[in-house]
Write a protein that binds this ligand. Sequence first.
Ligand SMILES: C=C(O[C@@H]1C=C(C(=O)O)C=C[C@H]1O)C(=O)O
Length: 279
Amino acid sequence: MDARIRLGRINYLNCLPVYYGIEKGIVPINVDLFHGPPTKLNKMFIDGKLDITPISSIEYARNSEKSLILPNMSISADGRVTSILLISKLPAEKLDGKTLTMTKSSATSVVLLKILLAKYWRVKPRLLTREPDLSSMLTQGDAALLIGDDALRESRNVKEFYVYDLGEVWKNYTGLPMVFALWVIRNSYSADPQGLANVAGAFLKSKAWGVENMETLINEAEQTHHLPRDLISEHFAHIKHQLNDYYQTALLRYYKEAADIDLLKHVPELKIWGDNLVG
Ligand SMILES: C=C(O[C@@H]1C=C(C(=O)O)C=C[C@H]1O)C(=O)O
């Protein structure tokens, strides 16, 4: 099989540990990589321009008939995540009627924030979507939602604000981890079980290589993402790339919470490739 797989790659630090082995050719696989923030990859996948890619977990729920889930992969956190931050001039309980600006790069964390505002903090701010630029977001509003590297980059400069790590708030609310992103497979691509097995295997090998070679990953991340070393290792320690029963239960709880406040039409079945689905 030498058809080149069109593979998405979120351009945040959270993907480095699972892509490094593939990108450096340590794990050989024939792919064309497409980089971008989550909302760009979400759209490319839905438009049929990617075969396999991480997408915001809420987008799988909205398009579950178009895709299958790649097993054993996710971007998750069991509590603190370090990179999904609500940065606010006021305590979150006081945001009722205030203006909150949200990064345009996110889909899952936008819905997560809406769940927490409605059900945990019980407030109803006015919500705006903006480019991920903290100072202009906080000029236009009283609070801002940032994700990924944009959040990590600001996380040490926000001491004068109230800072909420939404992985941690979600854990306080539900007692469960939070699954932010899933790797999905375009339905028509699943007709190539050998190709799929190759990709699934390559990710497992690349992920395992990353776990064994954490220092190399941190060195690479320092150079390519320009973040402090201790912040990088803290982020890597909190991001989980798994999708076992515990994380699947948590994901279904998130979908249920979203459906409860009409942000999702129905809770989808998690169709995971290899789970008695296709050959
Ligand atoms: C933990 C993260 O998870 C992410 C959050 C996403 C979202 O909110 O839609 C999508 C993909 C992930 O990048 C992060 O960005 O740091």
